[in-house]
Ligand binder design. Structure first.
Ligand code: COI
Length: 360
């Protein structure tokens, strides 16, 4: 891969200042990976170049018809100085599935992995070393053809950028409050809910604003047909712990994103001896379950959010809080599975499932 080094990288003192308190999605490393796809030449011109603005014609198709997909994964520094990504092949495979749904060209998995690895190696000085920090990697692909007709673009660009990351939620491990969206839905059967495309996230923002107006950090979306089944938060999947020790998560209905963290959490919970079921979860099962004590913990999971305890579920006219019995902290199962996950990611526990991929 051709590498053009940045002529003026961020100086070490400033970089260290950023890495000491990176926040989420605010700062970017010195380089990025780009690749082009055309009908005639397929994928070509894969290169690393200095991070910086892309100059795009106003008629570039993505601005108009949102033909775009993305991924999210992290690189973790281990105590011995090595750097690892978590299940990158799963992100590569999901990007191919998203591409098929959005009529974009599939990026070969080995090219995805090479792009991510090369960016991490080039900008390895940007992998933060602090507790529970990581380098968030954001591969994305968009219709870069300059054309206003509505059809799949014949020129597509793939890009990977990297951003040092701390906690997604500023409150750290404090339970987040959720707003139940009764007016808006995120995805319908046959739609794009299972694809990781920008449009799904754009569609969630009005509901997100409503959540914020009601003092909540995130939105819970229900299914679009019966408005009864819990789907996801838009950027995170949900798990429910029941008083008999069993755990449920909404099944992949076709309109839910198949989270890599969601899948890892299922496997880890199995290994910890919990019985996990993937099935439809009704909103009443959540509301009534918290009230009756049958639902003892609720948590959200995702690459950015890791495992985050859920506290209040609010809607027009009421609320329940699944964190009161845990004194406003993470419940025991939430804390247990979170610890098991981060211990694998940071190399403190054996990688029994072959999830970690060494980059440096
Ligand atoms: C991720 O967890 O990587 C996502 O894409 C979700 C987004 C809320 C940052």
């Amino acid at each position: 891969m051709k590498i053009e080094a940045h002529p003026h990288p961020v100086n070490e003192a400033r970089r260290e200042q950023i890495l000491a308190d990176p926040g989420f999605g605010l700062h970017f490393t010195d380089h990025m990976v780009l690749a082009e796809w055309t009908v005639a030449d397929g994928w070509h011109d894969v290169r690393v170049q200095p991070y910086g603005p892309l100059s795009l014609d106003p008629a570039t198709a993505v601005f108009h018809y949102a033909q775009e997909i993305f991924e999210g994964l992290k690189a973790y520094a281990h105590d011995d100085g090595s750097v690892w990504t978590f299940r990158p092949a799963d992100n590569a495979a999901r990007m191919q599935r998203s591409a098929r749904r959005m009529a974009l060209p599939e990026l070969p998995a080995d090219l995805f992995l090479e792009a991510v690895d090369t960016l991490v190696r080039t900008d390895v000085a940007w992998v933060p070393r602090g507790a529970e920090t990581s380098l968030y990697l954001r591969p994305f692909m968009f219709a870069s053809e300059v054309f206003l007709g509505v059809r799949p673009a014949e020129h597509v660009t793939f890009c990977v950028i990297a951003s040092p990351a701390g906690a997604y939620f500023p409150g750290g491990l404090k339970p987040v409050s959720l707003w139940l969206s009764e007016e808006y839905t995120r995805a319908a059967p046959g739609g794009t809910g299972a694809a990781k495309c920008g449009g799904n996230y754009a569609a969630s923002l009005a509901a997100q604003q409503e959540a914020n107006q009601h003092g909540c950090a995130q939105v819970v979306f229900l299914d679009a047909v019966e408005r009864r089944w819990v789907e996801e938060l838009g950027g995170m999947n949900l798990y429910f712990v029941r008083d008999d020790g069993s755990i449920v998560t909404p099944q992949l209905s076709g309109s839910i994103l198949a989270g890599v963290t969601r899948d890892a959490v299922h496997t880890l919970l199995d290994g910890l001896g919990h019985k996990v079921e993937e099935r439809a979860v009704g909103i009443d099962e959540w509301r009534d379950g918290v009230r009756s004590g049958e639902v003892t913990e609720v948590f959200a999971c995702g690459t950015a959010a890791v495992v985050t305890p859920v506290g209040r579920l609010c809607w027009r006219g009421g609320e329940v809080d699944s964190s009161v019995t845990h004194a406003g902290a993470a419940g025991p199962v939430t804390a247990e599975v979170r610890q098991a996950l981060v211990d694998v990611q940071y190399g403190r526990a054996a990688d029994e499932h072959g999830w970690m991929h060494r980059v440096v």
